[in-house]
Design a protein around this ligand. Structure first.
Ligand SMILES: Nc1nc2c(ncn2[C@@H]2O[C@H](COP(=O)(O)OP(=O)(O)OP(=O)(O)O)[C@@H](O)[C@H]2O)c(=O)[nH]1
Length: 505
């Protein structure tokens, strides 16, 4: 009997351990503590399962899942910064409108508050959407002083700034919606230039896209997290129920064992004290039948217990499968988001966000190791004329070829990202000031040799470079500013040249 029971517990433990193994595979790499805890849980379920320790382990797992929310926090941060960009652009455009100015300022304050959860993010998105609903009143509301004649595209600083922001937002969404015609049209119209009214309408379209996307991301991620929590909660509840059942069955078995022992003691007493063989026979029969009935009860109870345990394990297995599916979906989604949020859609190079992340890493590494670090900005020369002369598609193609070329010339450890427009930003770990000049010269000279041909016309493309090396305790912003100044000098010295800190001294 005892061995039957052991056998059954062993089988159940094995089923659960198998499910946990599958779950571990899906979670693998998601987070190291999660991997470790799943391994511990597998240990508790291997051989003779220890449900008490397994319950503790599942509680820990619950906590680890919660820490996955830190990732969500990062995505929340990205969404908030996109919303902030959009609100700022909107605020600048409607600067004449006091009401908009006040409301935008309120929304910006709200965007700077800590965001407790995805629902709070959703509320912020709704707030931004409400703010932008003002644009519906655009034709009556917009100040005449900011209107321009239809045929004269505006070219002031503000217009350029909005254009750059819009281009960046379009890049972000183009990868998510590659077949969106409206987005593709908008991209080419932006490159051709547009009136302020058209620009405002484009702003509205992109803003709607950002808000809708943020809302759907927030609700999707919220649903997944909720589902993971509820699945782990049910699992935990089931393990606790199983422990309670085991305790109850143990007590019941103890009671039956006690009854059997009492009956056996009574037989022994009867053997000693019985006056005749006939009486002894009768007493022994009565005791044997009581023992037989106790054993029957015990067997039935064990069968019931086994059935209950089996159905509990089946339910747990179902929950684990559900959990696996959710986790797989969630991991894929996170990976996709991470890649698309760090890649420039046109050149497939890392984008500005990726550059910011990498810059932080490289600056920290350089500080720890004491190795040199340099950065540079590359800006194509007279790029506008390529667009003007050969069309926007030729301009796009040029950016792709140049991006690919720069990447192929650079060493593996060097980093390049598209900063925006016709500008690229580069990081050179372990590169000192003179090596920086050599590397930038190599990029420059090899670029001008690429044979570009548009509409049968051979043209040469060149770029200007501004480079700077990190000095002790210098902030990345200061180094970037210096590189930018050097780039400005390069442009004003006739273009197609490299200017770095070395040229200054
Ligand atoms: N085709 C294409 N053009 C772009 C893209 N992003 C920005 N541009 C264009 O790049 C041009 C940049 O022009 P400018 O800032 O005047 O610079 P430039 O003509 O290179 O002149 P210099 O930098 O002074 O040598 C503008 O016409 C933008 O419309 C893009 O993704 N594709």
């Amino acid at each position: 009997m005892e061995s039957n029971q052991l056998q059954s517990i062993k089988q159940h433990g094995e089923i659960l351990a198998q499910s946990i193994t599958r779950l571990s595979k899906f979670y693998e790499g998601f987070s190291t503590p999660l991997d470790t805890e799943l391994q511990i849980l597998r240990g508790h379920l291997a051989g003779q399962p220890n449900f008490t320790l397994a319950a503790l382990s599942i509680n820990k797992l619950n906590r680890e899942i919660q820490s996955a929310q830190a990732n969500i926090k990062k995505y929340t941060g990205d969404t908030v910064s996109q919303l902030e960009q959009a609100v700022k652009a909107y605020q600048t455009v409607f600067k004449q409108d006091i009401q908009v100015k006040q409301k935008s300022a309120q929304v910006l304050v709200a965007l700077h508050q800590p965001i407790a959860n995805l629902f709070a993010l959703q509320a912020l998105c709704v707030e931004v959407a409400n703010l932008f609903s003002h644009i519906k009143r655009l034709p009556d509301n917009i100040d005449d002083s900011v209107k321009r004649p239809e045929d004269k595209p505006p070219s002031d600083h503000l217009y350029k700034a909005i254009l750059a922001e819009l281009n960046q937002l379009i890049d972000t969404y183009a990868s998510k919606l590659p077949d969106d015609e409206q987005l593709a049209n908008l991209r080419s119209k932006l490159a051709e230039g547009m009136t302020e009214e058209e620009l405002l309408k484009s702003c509205l379209m992109i803003i709607r896209l950002v808000v809708n996307d943020s809302l759907s991301e927030a609700s999707l991620t919220g649903k997944v997290i909720q589902s993971l929590h509820s699945a782990l909660g049910s699992l935990n509840k089931n393990v606790n129920t199983s422990i309670e059942q085991s305790q109850l069955s143990f007590a019941a078995r103890q009671r039956t064992d006690h009854q059997i022992r009492t009956q056996l003691d009574s037989i022994e007493d009867a053997l000693k004290q019985s006056p005749s063989l006939e009486t002894l026979k009768q007493q022994a029969q009565a005791h044997v039948s009581t023992i037989a009935s106790s054993l029957d009860h015990r067997e039935e109870a064990e069968k019931r217990e086994q059935e209950a345990l089996m159905s509990l394990l089946t339910a747990m297995q179902g929950q684990l499968v559900h959990l696996q599916k959710q986790t797989q979906f969630y991991r894929r989604k996170l990976a996709e988001q991470l890649i698309s949020s760090h890649t420039d859609t046109l050149t497939r190079l890392p984008n500005r966000q990726a550059y910011n992340d990498r810059l932080q890493q490289e600056a920290e590494l350089a500080q720890q190791s004491g190795l040199p670090l340099a950065l540079a900005i590359a800006d194509l020369d007279h790029f506008k004329s390529i667009n003007d002369k050969f069309g926007h598609a030729a301009g796009d193609k040029t950016l792709q070829v140049v991006g690919k070329h720069f990447r192929s010339v650079l060493d593996e450890q060097d980093f390049i990202a598209r900063w925006g427009g016709e500008e690229f930003v580069l990081l050179f770990p372990g590169t000192d000031a003179s090596a920086l000049v050599e590397k930038l010269e190599l990029l420059r000279t090899t670029l001008e040799k690429i044979p570009f041909k548009f509409k049968e016309e051979k043209i040469s493309i060149s770029a200007s470079f501004g480079g700077a090396s990190f000095k002790n305790n210098e902030s990345p912003e200061d180094v970037f500013e210096r590189a930018d100044k050097h780039l400005y000098q390069a442009k004003h010295s006739g273009r197609n040249c490299v200017v770095t800190d070395q040229d200054k001294s």
